[in-house]
Design a protein around this ligand. Structure first.
Ligand code: GDP
Ligand code: MG
Length: 455
């Protein structure tokens, strides 16, 4: 979502010149560019003004540390202020209360409320082992209730039936009663879309809110609406005490204005990002990571969380055990890694989050092709068990056989074996140094080889 902003910022932030100290003079032009970039990203004007003012105040007179260039020093300040404007820390859900903890969803039609109910239910069930009940109080479209029922069925969480003859308040009451009786940890209540100017509908959700006394009232809003997202959230917040925001469709080509404006305009934190239509496409919102992503430093931590969440647990454990047993990493393991990569939405899904990727021209990105992984898997499939366990067996005639069996060329087999050897080396390093070591290596991959791009 931040591609344009990132591109503009990384271009301009390189240009801060001078030595020793940041001054009015050497940041003036860059500051103007930053302002333009934010406005172009549809960040709300008051937010832009405040942001630029704060960056300026903080920057002017700042001593540039010996190890940094003025540009890097300036980026550090921009990064810190970006985090601040988005709220600094990740704010998760606060479900501490007498169970069931009730979560009420509100928002405009089509914002992604129902989808988010499903995603959140899945997250709470799988990550936090909560017993979750969902219910729909959208009595205006019969299909809406059915939509949630189907979604709940797919995810494997319980659905409390309701129908269009009922009043939303009645539905809320019944679901809450059922939630108490059956010892649910969490009850998530979906509602119909509404406009904040529709008094009747706003009264309805206020009544539902009063009936439920939810611990979390989340405003679901489409990132594509830019700074309007922040303004509608504010209007809703005036009628309904919101506890947070879920920003959806961040995977689309929204320009980032919503993410940067919501906190400042409403005073309420963004708690989650919706990053796709699938039920696992929900990410906790981390201002520091998003700030890094905006500045083109990638989002390595989110990527690692993704890995942890999507990698098959059993496979991961098997791999870990293998390390312990000192048997080493073989082609069988390599194959299961390829398969897991596929499960994570392929290479493109991962690439987007890697540092510096935003600077890659799109024609280069287009060349990244997941087909290569299918081919690699086919090559490994054509090997015998013994060959997978002991790749050093694979010589001339075996290579030919494997190439023929997988419909590839001997050079493809050679390339795979080389990649495997590299992977094996990396695994050995990880085994010795653990995660820290890997993080250091990843940092080394960042543009300029350090924390900040554009040196
Ligand atoms: P509601 O009217 O607020 O309940 O909205 P829905 O949950 O029915 O979603 C409306 C449309 O937005 C559906 O087609 C969803 O698949 C889609 N949608 C919801 N969240 C996301 C998201 O994070 N990314 C993308 N790409 N689509 C989403
Ligand atoms: Mg809905």
């Amino acid at each position: 979502m931040f591609e344009n902003l990132t591109e503009r910022l990384s271009r301009t932030l390189k240009n801060v010149s001078g030595r020793g100290r940041l001054t009015d003079d050497n940041i003036k032009d860059t500051l103007r560019e930053v302002r333009m970039a934010l406005l172009e990203a549809d960040v709300a004007l008051p937010v832009v003004r405040e942001f630029v003012k704060r960056v300026k105040e903080r920057a002017v007179g700042t001593e540039v540390s010996k190890s940094l260039t003025p540009g890097q020093e300036f980026i550090k300040i921009v990064q810190a202020e970006l985090e601040l404007v988005m709220g600094e820390e990740n704010e998760g859900l606060d479900l501490s209360c007498q169970p069931p903890a009730v979560i009420l969803m509100a928002g405009l039609q089509g914002a992604g409320k129902t989808t988010s109910v499903g995603k959140l239910g899945k997250l709470l069930k799988e990550r936090d082992s909560k017993k979750v009940l969902v219910v729909s109080a959208d009595v205006y479209r019969p299909a809406a209730i059915k939509q949630l029922e189907t979604l709940a069925g797919d995810i494997g969480i319980d659905f409390f039936p309701s129908n269009v003859e009922q009043k939303p308040v009645e539905i809320a009451k019944a679901a809450l009663e059922h939630g108490k009786l059956k010892f649910y940890d969490v009850v998530i209540v979906d509602t119909a879309g509404r406009l904040h100017v529709d008094e009747e509908m706003m009264d309805e959700i206020k009544d539902v809110h009063q009936t439920l006394n939810p611990v979390e009232t989340l405003f679901v809003v489409d990132a594509m609406t830019g700074q309007d997202a922040a303004n509608t959230a504010k209007a809703f917040n005036d009628a309904l005490p919101l506890t947070g925001v879920i920003l959806t469709k961040v995977d689309g080509d929204a320009r980032g204005g919503a993410a940067l404006s919501v906190r400042h305009v409403t005073g309420k934190p963004i708690k989650f990002l919706g990053v796709g239509e699938k039920t696992d496409a929900l990410e906790p919102f981390h201002p520091n990571r998003v700030a890094s992503r905006i500045l083109g430093m990638g989002d390595v931590l989110s990527l690692i969380e993704d890995l942890e969440r999507n990698v098959d647990k059993k496979e991961a454990e098997k791999l870990a055990k293998k390390f312990k047993d000192k048997k080493g990493f073989d082609l069988e393991d390599f194959r299961s890694q390829l398969q897991q990569m596929k499960n994570m939405g392929g290479m493109m899904g991962m690439l987007d989050k890697l540092p510096g990727m935003s600077q890659l021209p799109s024609d280069v990105k287009d060349k990244v092709d997941d087909k290569i992984f299918v081919q690699m898997e086919a090559i490994i499939n054509s090997m015998t068990k013994a060959e997978r366990a002991r790749p050093e067996l694979i010589k001339g005639s075996r290579k030919k056989r494997i190439a023929a069996g997988s419909g590839t060329q001997v050079q493809d087999v050679n390339r795979l074996l080389k990649q495997f050897t590299q992977m094996q080396k990396m695994m050995k390093k990880m085994q010795k140094g653990g995660m820290k070591n890997m993080m250091r290596q990843m940092k080394g991959m960042m543009p300029g080889g350090g924390m900040f791009p554009g040196r």
